[in-house]
Design a protein. Structure first.
Length: 279
């Protein structure tokens, strides 16, 4: 156990980042929904996998176009649904009638794909690596889609992390939540540091997950935030605040789960501690 002002300052900053990260996450979800980012990211990933021509046809397939409402494109397609829809598209003739059956040789389906299509090479590879029938090929396509979507999920996470960083920057400036100045104030004010550390302990001991924690205005009001009487700012003050805002935005971009986990670890390191002024 360790009871030291440095630990309490770390607790205070972790608590601040946790709360601001929750705020940023809520705003990010709103932005993602408004801009249909998940659906657009999925569409881009499918286009990369099978080519734009087949992607357009896939989104028009009854198994796929019924997954979203109001003519919007779906934000999620199950692997089996994707594979069934794609195989069905390839297996149809020009009149929409089935030209290939599930029990036919996989090579018969692969031959229906044009040589200039991005889909030709992966389907041929699957057929050569053990997919004997069309149904075998359909199952391998489902697995291939899952692997591709893992990469697409990585694209989405990187994209949304940039969005959260931007949101964090806006929140940091608008609330004047400068890491540098909050840390300085916590270090100088024993009573405030202890009170905020106790808030952090209470938050860390809560059994609910980070995503469902209710953000309390009282927590943020405990911190030295906001735009009061700042006085005249010279270059040094501006640079100090700019550094502090950037540090806050970078911390927020790590996400609430990260900070709640770290909060719990620091609480275990700290122990219960003593009130300021007591021996």
């Amino acid at each position: 156990m360790l009871d030291h002002p440095v630990v309490d300052v770390a607790l205070g900053l972790a608590l601040l980042y946790s709360v601001l990260s929750l705020v940023a996450s809520v705003v990010k979800e709103w932005v993602s929904t408004l801009l249909s980012l998940r659906a657009k990211n999925l569409e881009k990933g499918i286009g990369t996998l099978i080519g734009d021509d087949y992607a357009d046809r896939l989104y028009g397939h009854p198994l796929v176009n019924t997954l979203a409402k109001s003519k919007k494109k779906p934000s999620y397609i199950a692997a089996d649904t994707f594979a069934s829809a794609l195989v069905d598209l390839i297996a149809q003739d020009e009149d929409g009638n089935p030209a290939v059956a599930m029990g036919d040789k996989a090579a018969k389906l692969v031959d229906r794909v044009g040589d200039d299509s991005a889909l030709k090479a992966p389907l041929r590879a699957m057929a050569n690596l053990g997919a004997e029938t069309v149904d075998d090929l359909r199952r391998q396509v489902a697995g291939w889609f899952d692997e591709g979507m893992n990469r697409v999920s990585g694209w989405y996470r990187r994209r949304t992390q940039l969005i959260i960083f931007a949101i964090g920057a806006v929140v940091a400036v608008s609330a004047n939540a400068s890491t540098v100045h909050v840390a300085q104030d916590l270090w100088r004010d024993d009573a405030m540091r202890y009170a905020i550390a106790q808030e952090a302990v209470a938050m860390a001991s809560d059994t609910v997950s980070a995503d469902s924690v209710q953000v309390s205005d009282a927590i943020l009001q405990s911190f030295p935030l906001g735009w009061g009487s700042e006085g005249d700012w010279g270059w040094g003050a501006w640079l100090s605040h700019l550094l502090g805002w950037l540090l806050t935005a970078a911390a927020v971009s790590l996400g609430a789960p990260f900070w709640f986990d770290l909060l719990g670890r620091v609480v275990k390191l700290r122990g219960t501690g003593k009130r300021p002024g007591r021996r």
